[in-house]
Design a protein around this ligand. Structure first.
Ligand SMILES: Nc1ncnc2c1ncn2[C@@H]1O[C@H](COP(=O)(O)OP(=O)(O)OP(=O)(O)O)[C@@H](O)[C@H]1O
Ligand SMILES: [Mg+2]
Length: 264
């Protein structure tokens, strides 16, 4: 394993649905402690790529590398085990349950005492303590972990979902439109959470239609058009107009593959 290999490497990933090529030889890297944006118009192939990375779809060609090693992400469980966590827009939180119980959903701690262990008593206090600790790494205002999820703001819910994903799978975090349902203040809160996640050394892939947020938070941006990478922009080149140019096609593709296809 190369020491400086990217945490996530997408290598020539192609996906066909019948006659439609939703992704064509997509290549890019995400390193630890880096936020990479993935942008493109509706139908560009963003969600298809997320599904491949989260083990929902198998690629028709190409492969995914984790720490420089090819990994076959044959199911969501395998992707989770490889350290890839995906937070979808429709968050998988149970609104009636408490913050702590959502945080530990499916991973509940049982009390250490032998009788309690036999009876399956949950160690609520310890779960609450650990939830508070994990949330405080990402959120400036940690909600009461005993309160029901439905009492949280949209930004806090997103923060809880991200904190849970980072804590349990922790190498690569994929965020699919994390702020699209949020108000301005809450969007800002989520951007802060993304920055803190990066500081924890996690590789973050951010899918977004909000160009200003992409420019504000990303270290690099991959632009997809009709399933092809048409540009990879470094931080210093990021500007809303530039991104929009590549997304819409008013700026010609600048990757070799994209340019080849455009001229054929
Ligand atoms: N399961 C599927 N079967 C057939 N075609 C599909 C399937 N999933 C996606 N597609 C097609 O693949 C292409 C890419 O879709 P995808 O959902 O990845 O786009 P997207 O970039 O996520 O768009 P949006 O911004 O609207 O979410 C589209 O043409 C879509 O119709
Ligand atoms: Mg999509």
């Amino acid at each position: 394993m190369a020491g400086d290999a990217p945490v996530l490497g997408v290598r020539g990933v192609t996906k066909r649905f019948g006659g439609l090529e939703a992704l064509s030889e997509v290549d890019f890297d995400v390193h630890a402690g880096e936020v990479v944006g993935l942008v493109g118009d509706n139908g560009a192939g963003k969600s298809t790529l997320v599904k491949i990375l989260s083990g929902v779809h198998a690629p028709s060609a190409g492969h995914v590398e984790i720490d420089g090693e090819p990994r076959e992400l044959s199911s969501p469980a395998v992707a989770t085990e490889a350290g890839i966590a995906t937070v979808y827009q429709e968050l998988s939180l149970t609104m009636q349950r408490s913050v702590a119980s959502n945080f530990f959903l499916g991973r509940e701690l049982v009390v250490r005492h032998p009788l309690g262990r036999r009876l399956g008593w949950l160690d609520r206090r310890e779960m609450e303590r650990q939830t508070r600790q994990s949330l405080s790494k990402l959120l400036t205002r940690v909600p009461d972990v005993r309160s029901a999820c439905r009492t949280l703001s949209g930004g806090q819910r997103q923060g809880l979902a991200i904190a849970r994903a980072v804590t349990w799978c922790g190498r690569v975090l994929i965020l699919d439109e994390p702020t699209s349902a949020l108000g301005v203040e809450q969007q800002r809160e989520v951007l802060d959470i993304i920055r803190r996640t990066r500081e924890l050394g996690i590789a973050v892939l951010l899918i977004s239609h909000q160009m200003q947020e992409v420019v504000a938070v990303c270290d690099r941006v991959v632009v997809l058009r009709l399933g092809e990478v048409v540009a990879v922009l470094e931080k210093q080149e990021l500007a809303v107009d530039t991104l929009v140019g590549y997304i819409t096609g008013s700026t010609p593709a600048r990757t070799p593959a994209g340019a080849r296809r455009a001229s054929s």
